[in-house]
Design a protein around this ligand. Structure first.
Ligand code: SF4
Ligand code: SF4
Ligand code: FES
Length: 480
């Protein structure tokens, strides 16, 4: 097979460069076998790390075609491009992991006289956080690392792991805050790349944030937002008549009724950017979908869960579930990635929750006319990783865009309370995303999240369209 490897020898090279190698390896060879073959038969100077060769030590992590992977576990394919992790480079595929190790906390039992004992229940709770093999794939792909002084996901994972250990006597919550606990956008990229599937955002970041809030260590903007939700049931101040005030309880489609759904509007589309939600109703109507809109629905609670203000969550959950159960619907559509992810992952709903793009792609939709211009699609993290939806919005977009330019996913920096709590960090993360957008040369960005919409427009200066609004544009063009 032919592979391309990024090479860099600081004693010889001014810049890293790629070299291509043809090697002979057996069927099912791992990337590590390919590196061995290059080293043993073609170039003994190739530098790379390995130890256990069985997915246990984490030392062989590299990037394969741009994404972190354990070289000893990842099957090699003809044409693979192998690069080091995005960490300071020492040589070839060897990176400097010393700074990351220095950020890791270790068990501090204090005096032996004060020692407590670990129970079976403690172990059960610690287990999902204990499996880390220190491959540092998560740190290398975390958008917040480098955009701030954030110590990174595995450092925070370790703080929570020790925080759960009754023997540990250190102040782990305070320590986590000082390591940048509030810099995480909850994008879940670290979970996607972790060979052990450790759920750091949910099991460490959000838990430690809730403890930080209980100790009065929350960020002022998050505190204000929590107060607003508790007093109004909404996370944004109303400026004009809201979506819920402007629409009927039931929106009947034109012609044959193909399906009936409930619609969860979310705070941003209800109170701040109402038009895309109104456009979405037209798109659903056009596609034979009857929409029931319970007016008693409230904020899904996402801003509270992500920032640690969890006390009010049960009430919000109860009010929303009751609103849709009373409406008698078995499917509830969302059009905000954050609301959809929250209803799917943080609620236990007796009805199905589906993103509008997921639902339309599944049910089938009328083809709109093509709309002028070139469009790229930004995957909202809470749709891509929170709901595993990436193809469906692209199907819709390709049906309406005159030209579609695809773009690899990357967090824009708006989520997890980072934009509201630490706007300069959100802007730094957004600047990296802006470069990727500009590189596509597209005239417009299309997305399915109002927070991404706002932030992307701010960091790129480009017009951002909601997918529903663009679909409606296509339908209107078809009609006239
Ligand atoms: S969720 Fe995203 S921002 Fe948070 S630690 Fe993981 S990769 Fe970093
Ligand atoms: S949390 Fe997962 S990705 Fe991060 S260092 Fe540990 S094993 Fe690797
Ligand atoms: S060599 Fe140990 S995990 Fe790959």
């Amino acid at each position: 097979m032919r592979v391309t490897i990024s090479r860099f020898n600081p004693e010889r090279d001014l810049e890293p460069h790629f070299e291509t190698y043809d090697v002979s390896v057996s069927e099912g060879a791992r990337v590590l076998n390919v590196l061995d073959a290059v080293h043993d038969t073609l170039d003994a100077s190739l530098g790379y790390r390995h130890c256990c060769r069985g997915g246990q030590c984490g030392s062989c992590a590299v990037r394969v075609n741009g994404e972190p992977a354990l070289a000893c576990m990842h099957e090699a394919k003809d044409g693979d491009v192998i690069e080091p992790l995005n960490l300071p480079r020492i040589r070839d595929l060897i990176v400097d992991i010393a700074p990351a190790i220095a950020q890791m906390a270790w068990l501090n039992t204090g005096s032996c006289l004060e020692c407590s004992h670990v129970t079976a229940d403690d172990i059960e709770e610690i287990k999902p956080l204990r499996e880390c093999i220190e491959c540092f794939s998560c740190i290398s792909s975390c958008p917040a690392v480098g955009a701030s002084s954030y110590a990174g996901p595995t450092a925070i994972r370790q703080e929570r792991r020790l925080n759960l250990d009754p023997r540990d006597k250190a102040e782990r919550v305070e320590e986590a805050v000082s390591k940048g606990l509030f810099s995480c956008t909850t994008c879940h990229k670290c979970v996607e790349v972790c060979p052990k599937g450790i759920e750091t955002p949910r099991k460490a970041v959000e838990k430690l944030r809730a403890l930080a809030v209980a100790r009065g260590l929350s960020l002022p903007a998050h505190k204000a937002l929590a107060a607003l939700i508790e007093s109004t049931g909404r996370s944004v101040e109303r400026k004009e008549p809201t979506f819920l005030e402007r629409v009927a309880d039931v929106i009947e489609p034109e012609g044959e009724v193909r399906a009936t759904v409930g619609f969860f509007v979310g705070c941003m589309f209800n109170g701040r950017v109402v038009q895309p939600a109104l456009d979405a109703m037209e798109v659903l109507k056009r596609n034979g979908i009857r929409v029931i809109i319970p007016k008693s629905q409230v904020c899904c609670g996402s801003p509270l869960i992500r920032t640690g203000f969890t006390g009010f969550i049960p009430e919000l959950q109860e009010r929303n579930i009751k609103a849709f159960v009373d409406a008698g619907v078995d499917t509830v559509l969302t059009m905000c990635a954050g609301c959809g992810s929250t209803l799917k992952n943080d609620y236990n709903t007796p009805f199905r929750v589906a993103d509008i793009t997921e639902y339309l792609a599944e049910l089938g939709f009328e083809e709109p006319a093509k709309v002028k211009g070139s469009y790229t699609y930004h995957d909202p993290c809470h749709l891509l990783r929170g709901q595993h939806i990436s193809e469906q919005p692209r199907v819709l977009l390709k049906s309406v865009a005159e030209e579609f330019v695809d773009m690899a996913p990357r967090c824009c920096g708006a989520g997890g309370g980072v934009k509201s709590g630490q706007p300069e960090e959100a802007a730094n993360i957004g600047a990296v995303r802006a470069e990727m957008v500009i590189e596509t040369g597209a005239d417009y960005i299309v997305t399915v999240c109002p927070f991404c919409e706002f932030h992307l427009h701010q960091v790129t200066g480009l017009p951002v369209k909601n997918i529903a609004s663009l679909m409606l544009e296509g339908y209107l063009k078809k009609d006239f």
